[in-house]
Design a protein around this ligand. Sequence first.
Ligand code: FES
Length: 566
Amino acid sequence: MNDKPTGIANGLTNYGDRDFSLYLRRSFAQSMGYSRAMLAKPVVGIAYTPSGFNNCHRHFPEMLEAVKRGVLTAGALPIEFPTISLGEVFLNPTSLKFRNLMSIDTEEMVRAQPMDAVVLMGGCDKTVPAQLMGAVSAGKPSIMLVAGPMMTGRHRGERLGACTDCRRFWAQYRAGKVEDSEIVEVEGKLATTAGTCAVMGTASTMACIAEALGMILPGTAAIPAVHADRLRAAEATGVAAVKLIGSRLTPERIVNQKSVENALRVLLAIGGSTNAIIHLTAIAGRAGIPLTLQRLNELSDTTPVLVNLKPAGNGYMEDFFAAGGMGALLRELKDLLHLDCMTVTGETLGERLSHEGTGWVDRTIIAERNKPLEATGGLVALFGNLAPQGAILKRSAADANLFEHEGRAVVFSSLEDLAARIDDPGLDVDAKDILVLQNAGPHSTSAMPEAGYLPIPKKLATKGVKDMVRVSDARMSGTAFGTIVLHVTPDSASGGPLRLVRTGDRIRISVKQRRIDLVVDDAELKRRSAESKPAAQAPARGYARLYAQEILGADQGCDFAFLKPR
Ligand code: FES
């Protein structure tokens, strides 16, 4: 007989008398109206993340009801609990800074409170990786339920979806092609329903990755937030959570070397967000699995881009769902995937695909393997003297004419410097130059914001220049596009060579050779290095201090050193 306590008898508060602790807990739980019979059931915790500062989760109350319905039907007691929520556009300096805080919150609350399994309700960009990181570290049976994407809106006859179209209209506005009155009109039409950004941005990429890892129910990554299927998925997730109780299928077992490679394949095939490399590295890192950029390049060479969604292509997430969604994509990739990976349903990926059959697929959105949109993956890592530990280029969203390019560096030493000078009519810049942003990496005070999508200088934008090579240690929104080299590692603030670049230097990029080099001789770089100032002092207190002391580079997923498994 298994004497391990379950339900609310799990993990008692320590008063030095276990029976008293349970008696007190039951008493206080009954004060919330639960009967003794309900309190005898196993408990499914629900990590619940609605927030007035998170538009993407505004439908969570309705989803919560559906999850609870599923849990109750399957014979357990659902109890929701709050954790930090990260609304992408409401956080300063950037949501990534707080992803690890949310992961700590999730891990500790899952571990400390009495639950036998947990449903993780997330969606907006950093919430899904934060919850998966926390769940892997907590090691309790867990299943994820994502918010689902927003529906598109309409503007003067064309479809609009956050946030590729946000950027497209803003670029046109900066170039003087859209009037003040129209940009105000567009602002009200970009995000009109609940749910996460409508394109294959970071949130949707992470939802697809969660499905590829086996951490959400099959076929649920792309269901629109407002679709009835989203509520049916929520109910089914509640049922599945109850089935996980007592199971050995815990997240640190589901997330393994093979499932991480499946997730990488999917990331490459969907032309997904560059941010996902950082997040997947961090999630895998919590399970003790290294994810190297060299391996990313190997998989990128043998994984075609099959999904035609913005920002790299044309469609929106609602089209991906209608086209056949993740099931259709996984079937196309079948021979490249590790089919023996277990999923939260208790089935392997191969079993899932074998009984899903072959449904109708819209080939304008999900291409066949033998007619891919691109023969090789959407992301590629570059190495060289400018990025000894790697940098990322989203080639599926870049201008191929700039893949083999040498240009003069025009350097901005910080975000403030960029804001002050980028639109200066006197800025010495032309379209063949390479814009460089320093001090925007994970070790900087700005904590690696999505600022790598440097705007085209106004004097060039008004002349019709739409793309230039841009290089930084920052990140880029998953909804952005352009020939943009990101995550240069080590970053400037931790002493990386990016800090040594000066305006006028030559930078050479070769996607073919996977290289990015600063064409300056070593002696000069040594001289500049000796001259460069020491990094800023760590903040005096609080989370900012913990962040400054513990943050790791992009190559290690920007996790905190002390959160890695021992
Ligand atoms: Fe939440 Fe884009 S703002 S996913």
